[in-house]
Design a protein around this ligand. Structure first.
Ligand code: RBF
Ligand code: MG
Length: 326
């Protein structure tokens, strides 16, 4: 996938079919539109292009770090690439950008730079100051600048549109097993393995890899059956997200115990795919009770992760078999 990070970098020699959005999560709803863009492009010999902004316009304008992103830029670009779209134009969003009229934006970025001939927008797409630019605005401009516009209908799950907001809420509630249907993959976080308290192996007999976190969104504190991905291998594991109340920590940690694994992972990049919530985090009165509980968690996670393994793996390996299925 070609990535353009500035107007100057844009290098498009063909007419194009474009979609535009924030794509936080690159979820099933996004995948659905991106597929339409690719199909339309193929039929009409156009280049397929996703357009997005960075930083997120709302973040720049409000100066607030919320809502938490499902995917940070790097992961978003990786996932966009996996959809098969041929280019992504990641427009740097600045205060100056925010003053452009819809027409100036469309002409400079979409028409002149990308040679857009067809635009597909989501069912809820709006842009510009106070979200004043909408489907009708884009259609009017299309007459002047020689492109057509279509609006994609929402992709529903249980009669409710798949949206980043809905997915965010599910993850914050710990409903990671449900969220996979909307994402088309398991929710995941990743980070470098760093030194923790060193209690896990020594005191409890369950060594854990502690992650140095970069993500913004975390499932509800608790214990989860997860897959740990490290250097192209995917291993059954169990994760604890929380504050280790038994030991009175005060920072959020994500630690992962990988079943039947004893390699040293310090300094390595680990990706954690959240499969299912097992329980909430608890304060135990003794080490033995905590140990017995972790033992039970490990057993339960192993059962979950080894049942229907093929289906579960499809959700780890994004898009491979899950495309369009919901
Ligand atoms: N710590 C707690 O204080 N309460 C828990 O409920 C809890 N559950 C855990 C479950 C699993 C599967 C694992 C691997 C760890 C858990 N821990 C829990 C964290 C434990 O306190 C931690 O691994 C050690 O303190 C080492 O950092
Ligand atoms: Mg540890």
């Amino acid at each position: 996938m070609q990535i353009f990070k500035t107007l100057e970098e844009v290098n498009v020699h063909k007419n194009s079919c474009v979609t535009i959005g924030n794509f936080d999560g690159v979820h099933k709803g996004h995948q659905y539109i991106l597929n339409q863009v690719m199909q339309h492009s193929q039929k009409n010999n156009l280049q397929s292009i996703a357009v997005t902004f960075h930083p997120h316009p709302q973040r720049l304008l409000t100066g607030q770090k919320k809502p938490p992103f499902i995917t940070l830029l790097q992961q978003k670009l990786e996932l966009l690439e996996e959809t098969g779209i041929s280019s992504t134009f990641c427009i740097p969003f600045t205060w100056q950008m925010a003053t452009l009229t819809p027409e100036e934006f469309v002409k400079t970025y979409l028409v002149d730079a990308l040679h857009m001939r067809h635009l597909i927008v989501g069912y809820d797409y709006a842009f510009g100051k106070n979200r004043s630019g909408n489907f009708q605005t884009l259609q009017k401009l299309g007459k002047k600048y020689n492109y057509s516009v279509s609006q994609s209908e929402p992709l529903n799950l249980h009669e409710v549109a798949v949206s980043s907001t809905r997915i965010r809420k599910m993850i914050e509630n710990g409903q990671v097993f449900e969220a996979r249907h909307l994402l088309g993959r398991f929710y995941r976080v990743e980070g470098e393995v760093v030194h923790g308290q060193n209690r896990g192996g020594r005191l409890l007999g369950y060594p854990t890899a502690n992650l140095c976190l970069t993500d913004e969104l975390f499932p509800l504190s608790g214990v989860y059956a997860v897959f740990a991905e490290y250097e192209n291998s995917v291993m059954p594991a169990v994760a604890n997200i929380g504050f280790n109340p038994t030991f009175g920590n005060d920072v959020l940690t994500v630690e992962v115990h990988i079943m039947n694994f004893s390699k040293d992972l310090y300094g390595k990049q680990l990706r954690v795919h959240f499969v299912q919530n097992l329980r909430c985090e608890k304060k135990f009165n003794s080490l033995d009770e905590l140990k017995a509980q972790i033992n039970a968690d490990t057993k339960q996670a192993t059962e979950i992760l080894t049942q229907n393994q093929k289906e579960l793996y499809d959700f780890v390996w994004l898009f491979k078999n899950a495309k369009q299925k919901i």
